[in-house]
Design a protein around this ligand. Structure first.
Ligand SMILES: [Mg+2]
Length: 199
C-alpha cells in the first residue's frame, strides 16, 4: 500500500504550522567545496528575503537547522558562525520576515553526532525550546537528501529545493519540490493564503 503524500493543504487547518529550514543552498548560495566563514561571504539566493516575509504570515515558529562541520574542521569558529547568523537574521528582519531560532551542529560527519542531520537532535532541541511544537504540524525545507530524511523521519511535510534528480530517485521522502524558496512561498501565497482569505 502506498503511503499518502502529506499535503500542504493541511496549512488551511486552524493549526499553526512550524517551518524548519536548512540554510546552505536554500537561504544562501552554497560555497562549493568550502564554507561561508564571514558575513561578506553570505549571499542570499534571489527572492529569499521576500519569501521570509510571506513565511512569517503563515508559520510559527520559523527555525533554521544547519549542519556546520566546518567548525570541527577548524575552518571557522562558533563566534564567526554567530556573526554570520546575526547578519542573516537582521537582513530577514529588515525585509519583514523573522527567524525564531537557529540550531547548528558543529560536529564532523564521521562523528556519528546525534545533532547532525539526518539525525533528529536539532529538532529535539527545538521542541525543548518551543514545547508547543508538533512535528506532524511542521514543514521541513532543504536541498539535500539528509534534510528530507530528517523531516520524513519526524513525520513532517518535506519540501525539496532544487535537485530534480533527487525528487525522481526518492519520491517517498519528498512531498513537494520547488526550484527555489521564492517559488515555494509563491505557491503558498497562491494556494493557501488565497484560500484563507475566502474563509
Ligand atoms: Mg543545504
Amino acid at each position: 500500500m502506498s503511503e499518502r503524500r502529506k499535503s500542504l493543504e493541511l496549512l488551511n487547518s486552524n493549526r499553526r504550522f512550524a517551518l524548519f529550514l536548512d540554510r546552505d543552498g536554500v537561504i544562501n548560495r552554497r560555497v562549493v567545496g568550502g564554507y561561508v566563514v564571514r558575513p561578506s561571504e553570505f549571499e542570499f539566493l534571489p527572492g529569499v528575503l521576500e519569501a521570509f516575509s510571506i513565511f512569517s504570515k503563515l508559520f510559527y515558529p520559523i527555525i533554521i537547522v544547519t549542519n556546520q562541520q566546518g567548525i570541527s574542521k577548524g575552518k571557522m569558529t562558533e563566534e564567526q558562525l554567530t556573526e554570520i547568523h546575526s547578519y542573516m537574521k537582521e537582513e530577514i528582519l529588515k525585509a519583514g520576515g523573522e527567524i525564531h531560532a537557529i540550531y547548528h551542529c558543529p560536529h564532523l560527519r564521521s562523528s556519528g553526532s546525534t545533532c547532525r542531520k539526518p539525525r533528529p537532535g536539532m529538532a529535539l532541541r527545538a521542541r525543548r525550546d518551543f514545547p508547543e511544537l508538533n512535528f506532524k504540524h511542521s514543514v521541513m525545507v532543504g536541498d539535500m537528501i539528509s534534510d528530507m530524511v530528517f523531516g520524513h523521519n519526524l513525520k513532517m511535510i518535506t519540501v525539496l529545493i532544487g535537485n530534480e534528480e533527487f525528487a525522481r530517485k526518492y519520491p517517498k521522502l519528498i512531498d513537494y519540490r520547488f526550484n527555489s524558496l521564492i517559488e515555494f512561498s509563491n505557491f503558498l501565497s497562491a494556494t493557501i493564503m488565497n484560500h484563507q482569505s475566502e474563509i
